[in-house]
Ligand binder design. Sequence first.
Ligand SMILES: NC(=O)c1ccc[n+]([C@@H]2O[C@H](COP(=O)([O-])OP(=O)(O)OC[C@H]3O[C@@H](n4cnc5c(N)ncnc54)[C@H](O)[C@@H]3O)[C@@H](O)[C@H]2O)c1
Length: 499
Amino acid sequence: MRQVRTLGLLGTGVIGGGWAARALHFGVDVVAADVKPEMEAWIRGAVANAEGALAKLTFAPLPPKGKLTFTTDLLAMARGVDFIQENIPEQLELKQRVLADVSRVAPADVVIASSTSGLMPSDLQKDMVAPERFLVAHPFNPVYLLPLVELVGGARTSTAALEAAARFFTYIGMHALKVRREVPGHLTDRLQEAIWREILHMVNEDVATTGELDDSIIYGPGLRWAAMGTNLIYHLAGGETGMRHMLRQFGPCLKWPWTKLEAPELTEALIDKMVAGTQAQAAGRSIREIERQRDAYLVAIQQVLKQYDIGAGATLRALEQRLYEDAGAGAQQKIAAAITKGRAGALELMELEVRPEWIDYNGHMTDSRYLQVFGDATDAVFRFAGIDDDYRKAGHGLYTVETHMTHQAEAKVHEQLYVATRVLAVDDKRVRLFHTLSRRSDGIQLGTCEQLYLHVDTRAGKVAPMDAAVKARLSALQASQADVALPAEAGRLAGKAAG
Ligand SMILES: NC(=O)c1ccc[n+]([C@@H]2O[C@H](COP(=O)([O-])OP(=O)(O)OC[C@H]3O[C@@H](n4cnc5c(N)ncnc54)[C@H](O)[C@@H]3O)[C@@H](O)[C@H]2O)c1
């Protein structure tokens, strides 16, 4: 199976738009194909709408954004992409026909996946050419913020296709949950439907309104569910003896039973009650307004979960680790080569493009992003020196104690920039770095940053000597840069230049 540089989308509605936004954000090109030409404007709008929240998800260095193209020629799309994700309406015969058509022209090493909410992969792959590269990859709305994707193979799906799909989805920041065998509704929608049936019963019988039923979740279980599923939560409910005791205590009520299993008839009266209830909850807010609020808290909650390395936060942490490693990989080769040569000068470690969300009200790159890109260059130097997750887990780290930045020219949206870095000084406990930020097109220097780091024993909370091998690598880099004149801004205080 091939490396995915271009993702093809078949159907560009709500779900296709979400896939596009996610893939583009993480540097994958997208060819979006839909039978309706008017969907081009729609998908471009959907991608732009997702950008605000997506941009806040991580500050880790991202590759340049992918490029979006649109076509109504489904087969042309299928000929030219590395992975196809189908998102057309949930109708078995339609999906079977379109998937079969596309499979006749897509090369056999191109994985084809379906976003179907509940159809079985064995049914969908029935008429396909090379059906072994087909699987269900079921995402959740909004696809650009929710990391879960359920991967389900059919009778003829190969392990290689499932693994290739899992690799691709992980690359674009998702949690690939492999479903052991195909069942209608996969895992999540089966669970969600059980709750939904109960909601319909209770609204139908006037036990509660839609708003009250939502309250019964959001003030209680909903807060737990983001980090621990029902099973682990019930294990806690059993006290010291956990799940065994919980089942003994609450098991009998499964016989009563509390729940109804069969959904009620969807009568016009029930539909009206569901609609009136949710309209009251929306309280005049448009779908877009509610979506924006949802997106903002989905970003914030994942950042909180990241601190606990749990659930979607663990996925985000792993994604950031990968982004830093990718950004640092080129830098580390450059450092190693420069040291071997013995004359490094200031090393160009980071290449970047000014992203639209980095622009402030003055129309140029905002201050905090300067610190962020200088920090990414620092990260690359420290990784080269051997300061990585293992080093930190062992209780050591370099803490920033002083920063001095200058801003010399404006950086505008989409300009290509680079950061060049020097090690000015190293001793047992201190490292002093100096970065310049410049524009690629004319080499104009836009700003500088000098930082002092102290090496700490993080468990003792005290300054402590660094590992000898780490110091040796930093010193080798410093020595290779020693014959370059000290930058004019080095050691300068704020306002000193102006007297
Ligand atoms: N909406 C959700 O919350 C959600 C969540 C997960 C999965 N899904 C699944 O994703 C799929 C798409 O759902 P959606 O909500 O995006 O639907 P949608 O109606 O918003 O979009 C479907 C798109 O497919 C296009 N289309 C129709 N026939 C086509 C064809 N023959 N070739 C190419 N394009 C065609 C339509 O023009 C439309 O743009 C369904 O299988 C659904 O079950 C939906």
